[in-house]
Design a binder for this molecule. Structure first.
Ligand code: PLP
Length: 422
């Protein structure tokens, strides 16, 4: 039955039926969690060969003893891995610690405190602002919020952010000093930016204020479920436009090897890298190189990056299939929401009917299924339409995911009917 074509009596009856079913489920004492996009234990197991791979041989090919201090930009062999992930030259990569989010935080802090490449520090501007394609990654927004950087929502479309709005704002307001981009399998919509979008983003530096930076968080660059999707290379595009200083790229092995103990990378022009290095050398004598060497050996001696990612894909595919089947079977005919069908990455972005997301999350929580808080995918936690929910299928075992999704769709139906009857 379609929610819009059902009569008032039918809606009332439908709601009653589902409420009874929901009540029963609440008595099952479920305790399921589809909140954060963490790899499952089965995925983590794929990289267990990291342990012991060095066999007490801690030296790199050039003789560096990785146990010792030094090497601010990381090992060359680790930088090569970052260069492969981001498709950039190795000289433009710094290999850091375990988290690209930390590198992003340092980079925003660098712009804020010191200014990149000799440009005005953002803290000296009247009202520094970032453009935030929405729905987006909550932790990007937290960085801005913590530093008091104002955030402006930019709608995401099928090809990436709404570039007409981005270009207009960047031209009009010189206090706009950054934009967050997750260009491949975007968190949470799964969107990969089109060639045209990447081209237009690469040209922003021609009209933006000189300190403007694109934070190109390519967290899912190699996380295809099937045949790899090509993302246009932002470095090449900025070089063609003479705007290469405007972009900072990030990646990590968090969702490639062990999420909590991987290696993270930042890539940028030499001018930007110099700014970052000046900041970093006050903070550290060098990154954790033993783990960098372990990663390098893992991807040269044990497996290739592509082969390894194919193993992840075969674990993830059935989980995404399960989520999409539940949504399709329960909600398509009822027209109670819309969703994306990602070809990689970690999330399914679901849009309820307007004004229902909070209610769905609450209903699910009361039935023992934890969802990412409604609003988390928007700056300041405020979803103006209250309709976006991020589903993270990767972590729970398939059977748990299956149960969680049957509760989820029931909650979507209930919340939609109650809103309609309100
Ligand atoms: N960037 C995006 C878009 C993410 O979705 C995540 C994790 O979910 C991260 C960065 C975190 O990366 P890292 O583990 O390297 O800090």
């Amino acid at each position: 039955m379609h929610i819009e074509s059902a009569t008032q009596e039918q809606l009332i009856e439908w709601e009653k039926e589902l409420s009874a079913h929901y009540k029963k489920i609440c008595q099952h004492g479920l305790n399921l969690d589809i909140t954060r996009g963490k790899p499952s234990a089965e995925q983590l197991n794929l990289s267990d060969k990291l342990d012991g791979i060095l066999s007490s041989d801690y030296r790199t090919a050039d003789g560096t003893d990785t146990r010792n201090y030094g090497g601010l930009v990381g090992l060359n062999c680790a930088r090569e891995l970052g260069a492969e992930m981001l498709q950039v030259p190795v000289e433009e990569v710094i290999a850091g610690g375990n988290s690209s989010l930390t590198l992003m935080y340092y980079a925003v802090l660098n712009g804020y405190l010191f200014g990149f490449a000799g440009n005005t520090a953002w803290r000296e501007l009247k009202a520094p602002k970032f453009l935030c394609p929405v729905p987006g990654y909550d932790r990007h927004f937290t960085i801005c919020e913590q530093l008091g950087i104002e955030m402006i929502n930019i709608p995401m479309g099928a090809n990436g952010p709404d570039m007409d709005t981005v270009e207009k704002l960047v031209q009009e307001d010189s206090d706009i000093i950054g934009i967050w981009c997750v260009p491949k399998f975007s968190n949470p919509t799964g969107t990969t930016y089109s060639k045209e979008t990447v081209g237009r983003i690469a040209q922003l530096g021609l009209v933006a204020s000189p300190g403007f930076r694109i934070f190109w968080d390519n967290a899912y660059s190699v996380h295809d479920f099937g045949h790899p999707i090509n993302l246009t290379n932002i470095r090449t595009a900025t070089l063609e436009n003479d705007t290469a200083d405007c972009v900072l790229q990030f990646a990590s092995t968090s969702k490639v090897t062990h999420a909590g103990s991987g290696v993270a990378f930042v890539s940028a022009s030499q001018a930007n890298l110099n700014s970052l290095k000046a900041q970093m050398q006050a903070m550290t004598i060098g990154p954790e190189k033993v783990n960098q060497l372990r990663h390098s050996r893992f991807f040269t001696e044990y497996t290739s990056l592509n082969e390894h990612m194919r193993k992840h894909a075969s674990i993830l595919r059935p989980k995404f299939k399960c989520v999409l089947e539940h949504l399709h079977n329960a909600l398509t005919d009822a027209a109670m929401g819309t969703w994306e069908k990602p070809e990689g990455g970690y999330f399914v972005s679901f849009n309820t009917l307007p004004g229902c997301a909070k209610a769905v999350v609450k209903l699910a929580a009361d039935a023992g299924v934890k969802l990412t808080p409604a609003g988390a995918t928007f700056p300041y936690g405020e979803d103006p339409e209250d309709n976006n929910i991020r589903i993270a299928p990767s972590f729970p075992p398939l059977e748990e995911l299956d149960t969680a999704m049957s509760v989820f769709v029931l909650c979507v139906k209930l919340a939609s009917l109650r809103k309609k009857l309100d």
